[in-house]
Design a protein around this ligand. Structure first.
Ligand code: HPA
Length: 325
C-alpha cells in the first residue's frame, strides 16, 4: 500500500506522460477544422451515461480510459470507462462515461486523477478553457418529500469518509492547482442551480420533461459504500441534515473546486432509503406476524433502472443548458 505522498508523486509522473497523448488524440481529430477548447467536464453517474448519444450526431472522439496513463478503469457494471470528446449543441465538452469509486478499492486520489489531468490539459493546451464540472449521480432519498425519479440539485454536502481522513486532498498539495486549505462552503454554484431549475421548469411545460418528476435542492452525503445504509446509519444521516446519500461525487467536486472550477451537481433519487426501526423481537407477542425486513430495500438493478428512465429528462436539460455555462 502506497502512502498518499507516494501515490501523488506517481500520479504526477503519469500525468506528464498522459498530457501529450491526450493532446495528440484530440488535436489530430479536431484540428484544423476546429480548435477544440472544452468548456465543461461532465461526469455521468449510474445509468446516466447515455448523454454521450447527444454528442454522436457531430464529429466526436472516444478515448478508452486505458489509453491514458494514470486513468484507472471502472469495474462496476453499468459504468463503462470512456472519455468522450465532442459538442453538446455548440458547446465543446468532455464527458466521462463511467467514473471510479473508492468502494472498488481505488485510492481516493485515483478517483479524482481525471480532473487533475484534464485541468492541466486545459491550462497547457486550451488557454484554461475548462472551468466547469457538471456531475450527476444516483442517490438514495432520505428526505420524506422525495420520490423515486425526482431530481435533487446539490447545494451542500457531508463528506463522511473525509471526516475520518479518507479525503482526496490528503497528501502533498497540488500547488499548481490550488491552495492547501480549501473552503468548500461555496462549492455549489448558485447561478448554475438557477439555470438548471429554470430550464427544468420550461422543458416540463413543453412536455420534454416528465410531469411526474419533481425537483428539489439539498444536502448530499458521500459514503464509501459498497453497502447501502443500515437503518441506523440512514437515521443518523437524516438527523445530521442529509437529504440524499450516495457513493460518489463529493471527491470530484472537492478537486474541481481545488482547481477553481464552478460546479453543478445533480442527484437522481433512485430509491427511498429505509429509515424505520426494525420490528422488535423483544416487544412482539409470541404469535405476532413478521414484518418483512427487506421491504423497501435498495438494490443496484433498481438504481440502474430508475436512473435510465430519469436519464432522458436529465439529458434534455443538460443539452439545453450547456450553451449558457
Ligand atoms: N445509498 C447509497 N448510495 C446509493 C443509494 C443509496 O440508497 N442509491 C443509489 N446510490
Amino acid at each position: 500500500m502506497q502512502t498518499p505522498k507516494e501515490r501523488i508523486e506517481l500520479q504526477k509522473v503519469q500525468l506528464e506522460k498522459a498530457l501529450p497523448i491526450l493532446n495528440h488524440k484530440i488535436s489530430s481529430h479536431f484540428a484544423p477544422i476546429v480548435k477544440f477548447e472544452p468548456k465543461i467536464l461532465i461526469i455521468c453517474g449510474s445509468g446516466l451515461g447515455n448523454l454521450t448519444k447527444k454528442l454522436a450526431a457531430k464529429p466526436h472522439l472516444i478515448i478508452p480510459y486505458n489509453e491514458l496513463p494514470g486513468f484507472q478503469t471502472s469495474t462496476v457494471q453499468g459504468h463503462s470507462g470512456e472519455l468522450w470528446v465532442g459538442h453538446l449543441k455548440d458547446t465543446p465538452v468532455l464527458i466521462m462515461k463511467g467514473r471510479l469509486h473508492s468502494y472498488e478499492g481505488y485510492d481516493i486520489r485515483d478517483t479524482v486523477y481525471p480532473i487533475r489531468l484534464l485541468n492541466r490539459y486545459s491550462k497547457k493546451y486550451c488557454n484554461g478553457s475548462l472551468n466547469n464540472l457538471l456531475v450527476t449521480n444516483a442517490a438514495g432519498g432520505l428526505n420524506d418529500n422525495f420520490k423515486m425519479g425526482d431530481f435533487m440539485m446539490i447545494s451542500d454536502h457531508l463528506n463522511m469518509p473525509g471526516f475520518a481522513g479518507n479525503h482526496p486532498l490528503v497528501g502533498p498539495n497540488w500547488e499548481e492547482d490550488g491552495e492547501r486549505f480549501l473552503a468548500v462552503s461555496d462549492a455549489y454554484d448558485f447561478k448554475l442551480r438557477k439555470l438548471f431549475l429554470s430550464t427544468f421548469k420550461s422543458l416540463q411545460n413543453e412536455g420534454l420533461v416528465s410531469n411526474k418528476r419533481a425537483i428539489h435542492e439539498g444536502t448530499y452525503t458521500f459514503v464509501s459504500g459498497p453497502t447501502f445504509e443500515s437503518r441506523a446509519e440512514a437515521r443518523f444521516l437524516k438527523a445530521a441534515g442529509s437529504d440524499a446519500v450516495g457513493m460518489s461525487t463529493v471527491p470530484e467536486v472537492i478537486v474541481a473546486r481545488h482547481c477553481g472550477w464552478k460546479v453543478l451537481a445533480l442527484s437522481v433519487i433512485t430509491n427511498n432509503v429505509v429509515t424505520g426501526m426494525p420490528q422488535k423481537a423483544t416487544e412482539s407477542a409470541p404469535d405476532e406476524e413478521e414484518i418483512p425486513l427487506d421491504a423497501g430495500k435498495a438494490n443496484h438493478k433498481e438504481v440502474l433502472e430508475i436512473g435510465l428512465h430519469a436519464a432522458e429528462d436529465l439529458e434534455n436539460i443538460v443539452e439545453n443548458i450547456a450553451d449558457s455555462f
